[in-house]
Design a protein around this ligand. Structure first.
Ligand SMILES: Cc1ncc(COP(=O)(O)O)c(CN[C@H](C(=O)O)[C@H](C)O)c1O
Length: 346
């Protein structure tokens, strides 16, 4: 099989930059369970500042960040309203139920986007014999809808409605910097009305490990205990937080390159007669498409892999390509050439 690998399975595959590795090697560290790791403390303070929040906590994964937030916002027996293809629905091991004891009340979005008029009907009536809605959990960008983004004006209506209903709102912002880039807004403005926000340092921002949860001081204090419950109390985590600081400071400014490469891939595959793609969903670094007459893309992914292109799937019949720092424009053009060959049966 091909030697060079163009890895478009996800932006989770990004490797740390040389600058990150140097910072990791020389990081000042301490025992973070005692709150004594200076680098983690700096990263948490910086994240809170960037998001305009009181506090932040460094967590090993985006999944843990989401599940800590859901646990804190809800009581067992409540419902969590979210979009039907959300990450917390399909990719977090049913932890909304297993850890928080809640029921997922899923709502179909338009290209993954939930507006208030779709959310409101899914909220439980305030009747004693109905499980109550404990949380509204949203995702921006929306991964399985193709990396689609939700704009601040849509959120304004949701934040207002949720506040009137007394229901907290959490954002799974694994790729919120991608969304902010596509919308040309700052992440603080895009997320200001959320009760809590999770974002990933380890995806498009290229840190090797880590995500963060931001919110009120009280919320983050409680999050620290829930993280400990999950075994997420880390020790000299400054080694990875050092990379996170660089991810936060340096990497958002290059995300537009990933978006341009996604656009290049999308328009390239869209030109193929057997490809079914909605180009309007290609708004950030994710490209999802179907191949006419193919209900299971696994064999196609195997052929691509054999020729050096690693792709993923958003569903059995949907190929997913995700662009990132380690797949530059030349690599994406080569991946497109190989994809054309494979889809044309050559
Ligand atoms: C919206 C969103 N929220 C949360 C997470 C979880 O992040 P991690 O737990 O992997 O750090 C992911 C990871 N997404 C991964 C990927 O896209 O390859 C897989 C699907 O888990 C995500 O896309």
């Amino acid at each position: 099989s091909a030697t060079t690998k163009i890895d478009l399975r996800s932006d989770t595959v990004t490797k740390p930059t040389e600058e990150m590795r140097a910072a990791m090697a020389s990081a000042e560290v301490g025992d973070d369970v005692y709150g004594e790791d200076p680098t983690v403390n700096r990263l948490e303070a910086r994240a809170a500042e960037i998001f305009g929040r009181e506090a932040a906590i460094f967590v090993p994964t985006g999944s843990m960040g989401n599940q800590i937030a859901i646990k804190l916002h809800t009581q067992p027996g409540q419902e969590v309203v979210c979009e039907a293809r959300g990450h917390i629905v399909d990719w977090e091991m049913a932890m909304v139920s297993a850890f928080s004891g809640c029921h997922l009340r899923t709502v179909a979005g338009e290209q993954g986007v939930l507006t208030w008029d779709r959310i409101q009907p899914a909220l439980s009536p305030k009747i004693y014999y109905r499980a109550q809605t404990g949380l509204i959990a949203l995702e921006n960008s929306h991964n399985m809808a193709g990396g689609t983004v939700t704009s601040p004006d849509i959120y304004e209506e949701i934040w207002c409605g949720a506040r009137d209903a007394g229901i907290p709102v959490h954002l799974d912002g694994a790729r919120v910097f991608n969304a902010a880039t596509a919308l040309s807004v700052g992440v603080a403005e895009l997320t200001s009305g959320f009760s809590s926000v999770m974002f990933c340092l380890s995806k498009g921002l290229c840190a090797p490990v880590g995500s963060m949860l931001v919110g009120s001081r009280k919320f983050i204090e409680r999050a620290r205990s829930v993280r400990k419950m999950l075994g997420g109390g880390m020790r000299q985590a400054g080694v990875i937080a050092a990379a996170g600081l660089i991810a936060l400071e340096e990497m958002p400014k290059r995300l537009h390159e990933d978006h341009a490469n996604a656009r290049l891939l999308a328009e390239g595959v869209a030109a193929l007669p057997m490809v079914d793609i909605d180009l309007s969903t290609v708004q950030t670094n994710i490209v999802i498409f179907k191949v006419r007459g193919v209900s299971n893309v696994a064999p196609l992914l195997a052929k691509l892999k054999h020729r050096g292109v690693l792709g993923g799937s958003a569903a059995a019949d949907q190929i997913r390509f995700v662009t990132h720092k380690d797949a530059n424009q030349a690599a994406c053009k080569e991946a497109l050439r190989i994809t054309n060959e494979v889809l044309n049966g050559n």
